[in-house]
Design a protein around this ligand. Structure first.
Ligand SMILES: C[S@@+](CC[C@H](N)C(=O)[O-])C[C@H]1O[C@@H](n2cnc3c(N)ncnc32)[C@H](O)[C@@H]1O
Length: 260
């Protein structure tokens, strides 16, 4: 009998994986084919990855903003936001921290950060206008207008419009799992400027211990060393967060710290 391949060694882009998966999950074949057709169309019509992914978010958010950020039900949306919030709280988040959330989506975790932080201390950015409109609805639903959060549409991760040495905490959950390496590098090469000395940047990623690969242009799998080396190239100390692995979440987390 062959040993089952652990999730971190699976190559989801390989034909063998796809055929096995299809045999075990026949109900997923039709949605996968629809995603493949969308992928082909968007690759032909999008000038770069950001416009490609913006179009993915547009079509997904039109169906359900909560599903577009990866939650199949409202309960899961609430739980996943709580998990992100609790984790940072456990790691010392304080109300006077100034937070930048990259890829804030419809504020699954963001609304909890906004509620907790001092007014004006939350800044969310995203490439998708559709999900930012859904984020405004979340603010209204949670009655958080008085906290004056910033929500800004971006075209890239150069962060040129933000001040230097301003944010003590930067957070990106399930964003690099949808990003090619040049987008991650653009972020890591620019984010240090807007962080205070000693500030932290936590991001999740889909981890592989085998060959790096991607499924369509939507899901990207990286080795930990690829991302820690990239962060170190831009002057950060990088750490794999072992305690995040204990949580019921498929992605891994790296924390990069700007030298004090
Ligand atoms: C899976 S959702 C997660 C949203 C949010 N972080 C959460 O946990 O609910 C990924 C989000 O990242 C955004 N995104 C993807 N690539 C981005 C990029 N290069 N810059 C900024 N946002 C990006 C998407 O539009 C989407 O809202």
């Amino acid at each position: 009998m062959t040993e089952p391949v652990p999730p971190t060694r699976r190559n989801r882009a390989s034909l063998t994986y796809k055929l096995r998966y299809a045999a075990k999950n026949p109900d997923k074949i039709k949605p996968y084919l629809a995603r493949t057709a969308r992928d082909l169309k968007l690759r032909l019509t999008s000038r770069d990855h950001v416009s490609y992914y913006r179009a993915v978010m547009k079509s997904d958010a039109a169906r359900s903003p909560e599903a577009a950020v990866g939650s199949r039900s409202h309960e899961r949306w609430l739980r996943l936001g709580q998990m992100q919030f609790d984790y940072l709280l456990k790691h010392g988040l304080k109300p006077d921290d100034r937070m930048l959330e990259i890829g804030c989506g419809n504020l699954r975790a963001g609304w909890r950060f906004i509620d907790y932080l001092d007014a004006g201390n939350y800044y969310g950015i995203d490439i998708s206008p559709d999900i930012l409109l859904a984020a405004q609805n979340t603010l209204v639903r949670q009655g958080l207008g008085d906290k004056l959060p910033h929500l800004t549409l971006v075209d890239d991760l150069k962060l040129r419009f933000l001040p230097s040495e301003h944010f003590s905490v930067v957070h990106a959950h399930s964003v690099f799992s949808h990003s090619p390496l040049d987008v991650i590098e653009e972020c890591l090469s620019n984010v240090g400027r807007v962080m205070v000395p000693g500030g932290i940047f936590d991001f999740t990623f889909d981890r592989t211990e085998g060959a790096e690969h991607h499924v369509l242009r939507e899901d990207f799998y990286y080795r930990t060393e690829t991302l820690t080396s990239l962060a170190e190239k831009y002057g950060f100390a990088a750490r794999f967060m072992e305690d995040w692995e204990e949580l019921p979440h498929g992605q891994s987390k790296i924390r990069v710290t700007k030298p004090a």
